[in-house]
Design a protein around this ligand. Structure first.
Ligand code: NZQ
Ligand code: ZN
Length: 384
């Protein structure tokens, strides 16, 4: 196992009817900015509950944070923060709202244009405190220090992380996920599943407990994901999915093991260029990436085949093929299409995506840094 630091200071408040409890974790004299997205938090009453929980604290709302949050929108929120001397940010929504709020927390404490620091992944000196009420189990943003923001002017979607961006608390109420449209349920389940894959399907380093946690999360998502589609108001199912998504990306399974975020990094280009939902970019790319990288991932692919899919018969090649085919099948059972051509793109997309990878200096990538331009091209061609 590699050396590691494990640090996760976010308090999780889990369960139904708990929004009132957030008040205990926000200073009495805080001046709060409540951030939300396109309106689901308002429509389904979550914003009213949050307002009630804040009691007499000063608060202002900032709505309209779009999916894959945009730099320009978030800078408008920064102006609201400054105008109202805000010192606490409360995000109510999915990963986009939470990520956007992390950006606001950083940019509000930074003099000048923060994008150069953000895109070069330099450390922060200061950030505002954040809390979140998460309404979409998917990204893990509620208990991690990552934020993904899109600069539309530059065509750049980029992930950033800094320990100052961990939320102080994450309120996870599984009943809040009942209103999600089926596509967002599917997106969330497969995003969490692929977060696990990218921290697990690399090469063995005797990370025995990390592997078992990872396999447990994947098996849970495989069992519960389809149930959330057929039985949306099943509290036990939603609870299992909510907690799985959080554990998939809170640092636990990443500790001491190699990681391969190539599917995510290439996927962000598909969102930046064509607006394809985050999770959908991943299901397009992952099966082909696993095929192309099957030699360097051989041992873990065989372990995945056996422990997650119970594939124990046949030679090694057929077990690996079987596991990759089952993975694709699962994404399709969740209702997601797994080819780039399914999303209305022509073949020229392949060159455009490669150009972005070069422009933003993202190659080579992978746990062994062996995905170069040619391999990325093969992955994209096979994903079409
Ligand atoms: O905007 P509103 O009206 O709230 O509607 C949203 C949005 O349309 C809706 N929604 C959320 N909760 C709902 C709901 N609708 C009904 N009922 C509810 N309870 O769902 C839609 C999608 O929301 P969004 O927040 O965009 O989805 P998600 O949570 O999947 O977040 C995606 C973003 O997170 C980034 C992605 O790149 C993308 O920008 N990621 C962040 C990560 C992190 N911070 O660690 C890691 C991930 O890999 C990912 O990259
Ligand atoms: Zn993701």
């Amino acid at each position: 196992m590699f050396n590691f630091d494990f640090y996760n200071p976010t308090r999780v408040l889990f369960g139904a009817d708990r929004i009132k409890d957030i008040a205990k974790h926000i200073p009495e004299n805080a001046r709060v900015l409540i951030t939300y997205g396109g309106g689901s938090a308002k429509k389904y009453g979550t914003l009213d509950e949050v307002q009630a929980a804040l009691g007499s604290r000063f608060s202002v709302e900032f709505g309209g944070i779009e999916v894959n949050p945009h730099f320009d929108t978030l800078m408008k929120a920064v102006a609201v923060v400054k105008e109202n001397q805000i010192d606490f940010l409360l995000a109510v929504g999915g990963g986009s709202v939470v990520d956007g709020t992390k950006f606001i927390a950083a940019a509000a404490c930074y003099d000048g244009d923060i994008w150069p620091l953000w895109s070069k992944r330099q450390p922060l000196q200061k950030a505002l405190s954040i809390g979140c009420v998460m309404t979409l189990p998917a990204t893990g943003s509620e208990t991690n220090h990552v934020s993904v923001v899109t600069h539309t002017g530059l065509g750049q979607k980029t992930g950033y992380s800094d320990p100052l961006l961990f939320p102080k608390f994450a309120l996870l109420d599984p009943t809040k996920t009942y209103t999600l449209p089926a596509t967002q349920v599917a997106n969330g389940v497969v995003d969490a599943f692929i977060h696990v894959i990218e921290q697990y399907l690399t090469y063995p380093v005797y990370g025995k407990v990390q592997d078992r946690f990872a396999e447990g999360i994947m098996l849970t998502l495989l069992e519960e994901g389809p149930k959330a589609l057929s039985d949306p108001e099943n509290y036990d199912v939603r609870s299992a999915i909510t907690w799985s998504a959080t554990l998939a990306l809170n640092g636990l399974i990443a500790a001491g093991v190699p990681q391969d975020w190539s599917t995510h990094r290439i996927g962000h280009q598909l969102t930046a260029l064509y607006g394809i939902d985050h999770a959908q970019t991943l299901v397009i790319l992952l099966p082909s990436l696993l095929q192309v990288q099957r030699e360097s991932k051989r041992e873990k692919l065989l372990q995945y085949a056996e422990r997650v899919w119970n594939i124990v018969e046949g030679d090694e090649e057929s077990r690996i093929d079987g596991a990759i085919a089952k993975t694709r099948e699962f994404f399709e059972v969740m209702g997601l299409k797994t080819r780039l051509s399914d999303y209305g793109q022509s073949k020229t997309a392949i060159d455009e995506i490669l150009e972005n990878l070069q422009r933003f200096d993202m190659l080579p990538m992978g746990e062994r840094q062996d995905i170069d331009f040619d391999r990325a091209k093969t992955i994209l061609t096979m994903s079409y």
